[in-house]
Design a protein around this ligand. Structure first.
Ligand code: ZN
Length: 291
């Protein structure tokens, strides 16, 4: 071994020795679930970033909105139902005054989920729209998408999410690739609870009523803003018991099941959006954030 080689070996040994110290300063990042499926709600927990640090970041193209949680910070993220499965990069920036911003990156593997194909036959008047109705439906859809992109900066929900309809079994149809009157249409973005007209519909968590409206496809609807980009949707209602801007508690009655809008019979179309990602709303019930 030449003296030069020996020096290089010593430097390498010193670097190895220094690694654990550098690693100790690195915040720990954990994803829940570790490998979310397409359509899941997931969350990331950042610990050890420092009490005064602000955290920004994204999973793929979706921004993360962090809130204080369990001695660290957490952010909820939606895996949209049309997400391409596979390894997906995430990046975080830890920002503290008086310190260099710290960048962290990694990958989360998103698992595929197979969705059924649902063939429906509907009256042509509900499918092939006249130009005026078409314009109305497009404008209403745009209004909803604008709402889902609006991020209320504070978190309005706490603890567990409850079912929107009491006493009903698991809903059906989330993510179904729909073929209506023989033509492929947009996938079904919510989950449908079969229930009798008049069955009470309740808020699944606390929040603020973001919209009460009567739209062509969703019919009479209520949308609850839970803050930080999380919204829950209640469509085809027969009656509505809340008003725009009203604060609601978990379990508070929002209205009753109906068949308004494009519905083949009385049911609740229950949906959820996180940062404008369409998620399976049922996955909110097993969200393991507890506070
Ligand atoms: Zn539906």
């Amino acid at each position: 071994m030449t003296p030069g080689c020996r020096r290089a070996a010593l430097v390498a040994a010193a670097l190895l020795f220094a690694l654990p110290v550098a690693a100790a300063e690195r915040p720990t990042i954990s994803w829940h679930p570790a490998q979310p499926r397409v359509g899941d709600v997931a969350w990331v927990h950042v610990q050890g970033a420092g009490d005064t640090a602000a955290i920004e970041g994204a999973l793929g193209a979706r921004s993360l909105a962090f809130f204080p949680y369990a001695g660290g910070q957490a952010a909820v993220v939606g895996i949209d139902l049309e997400t391409k499965p596979g390894p997906t990069p995430w990046r975080l920036a830890v920002l503290e005054t008086g310190r260099e911003p710290r960048a962290l990156t990694g990958r989360v593997t998103i698992q595929r989920r197979d969705f059924p194909v649902q063939r429906l036959t509907l009256p042509t008047g509900m499918v092939d729209l006249d130009p005026e109705t078409e314009r109305r439906a497009v404008a209403e859809g745009e209004r909803l998408r604008t709402l889902y992109r609006t991020i209320t900066p504070e978190r309005l929900w706490r603890g567990r999410f409850v079912r929107p309809v009491v006493g009903q079994e698991a809903p059906t149809g989330f993510g179904a690739r729909r073929v209506i009157n023989g033509k492929p249409r947009a996938p079904h973005g919510g989950a449908d609870y079969a229930a009798e007209r008049g069955t009470p519909v309740v808020a699944v968590n606390s929040g603020r009523v973001a919209l009460v409206a009567d739209f062509f496809f969703p019919g009479r609807l209520v949308i609850v803003d839970h803050g930080l980009g999380l919204y829950t949707l209640y469509f085809h209602l027969d009656s509505v018991a809340v008003t725009d801007g009203e604060t609601v508690d978990r379990g508070q009655r929002l209205g009753t099941v109906g068949a308004t809008g494009r519905a083949t019979g009385p049911h609740l179309h229950f949906g959820a959006q996180v940062g404008a990602a369409r998620i399976d709303p049922v996955t909110l019930f097993s969200l393991d954030l507890r506070d």
